[in-house]
Write a protein that binds this ligand. Sequence first.
Ligand SMILES: Nc1ncnc2c1ncn2[C@@H]1O[C@H](COP(=O)(O)OP(=O)(O)O)[C@@H](O)[C@H]1O
Ligand SMILES: Cc1ncc(COP(=O)(O)O)c(N)n1
Length: 273
Amino acid sequence: MSEEQRHPRALTIAGSDSSAGAGIQADLKTFAALEVYGLSAITAITAQNTLGVRAAFELPPELVEAQIDAVLEDIGADAAKTGMLATAPIIEAVARSVARWQLRLVVDPVMAAKSGDPLLRPEAVAALRGVLLPLAEVVTPNLPEAEMLTGRHIETLEEMREAARAIHDLGARHVVVKGGHRLDAPIDVYFDGTGFSELRAERIETRHTHGTGCTFSAAIAAFLARGLAVAEAVAEAKRYVTEAIRHAPGLGHGHGPTEHFWQWKQSKEAQTR
Ligand SMILES: Nc1ncnc2c1ncn2[C@@H]1O[C@H](COP(=O)(O)OP(=O)(O)O)[C@@H](O)[C@H]1O
Ligand SMILES: Cc1ncc(COP(=O)(O)O)c(N)n1
């Protein structure tokens, strides 16, 4: 097998974030940092910065499907992830592509930006739940997204476990209910259909969490593309996102981006010492 054939590759199907902290841009940076070749299919273009989303333009579903077909017919993907999908017709087009290409899929059910601005039309939640979740190998809702998907209020770890089970019942094979929105430790609950475990990390006191969910789900897809089992991929992705938050460069006046290349920067510093 040639080098080219062995190089792992992953596809992100998501929205563009002009501030490059979230969306397609965060996903491609994550793939690159984890040495996975990144492919992209853009669903929507947003004009946003660390303070909020000023405008969004949704692309036609046929164009989303055409981007996926173009890269998969030629290059192929070992894993894929979805982020901002914006509308029900885009979700349906993505679901068709995922089924046709039999993609190993990580679904980040993005509904809003950190600023609170909506990124998914309210009527599209039903399509996300009914059409896309049954195709997901892993789904990674944050607390408000898990509440929208289950119709339950979620606060405690026990409520996070109950939500993970309810989302698994919708068809997703592995569920991570993320606890970044909790006030105490950012503990995530992982459910594989049989047992629960917790992904624990220290809370980093920072406002720079723009794109943490995108980064986490992209890292899971990257580790799956590299051949890790789901539980390992999720654990490694948790470590990756924690360090990405820790090394955030402190940009912008609102929720700034995280840092993806801290390891590369550290090795460069070590060489010049
Ligand atoms: N301040 C923080 N310190 C450490 N980890 C965090 C922090 N905020 C979020 N995380 C982690 O980052 C990941 C993304 O979570 P979250 O911020 O809840 O997602 P989203 O961006 O979808 O709202 C999760 O693993 C979460 O636990
Ligand atoms: C285009 C786009 N996609 C997703 C998010 C959410 O980012 P996150 O929930 O990871 O902060 C965003 N702000 N913009």
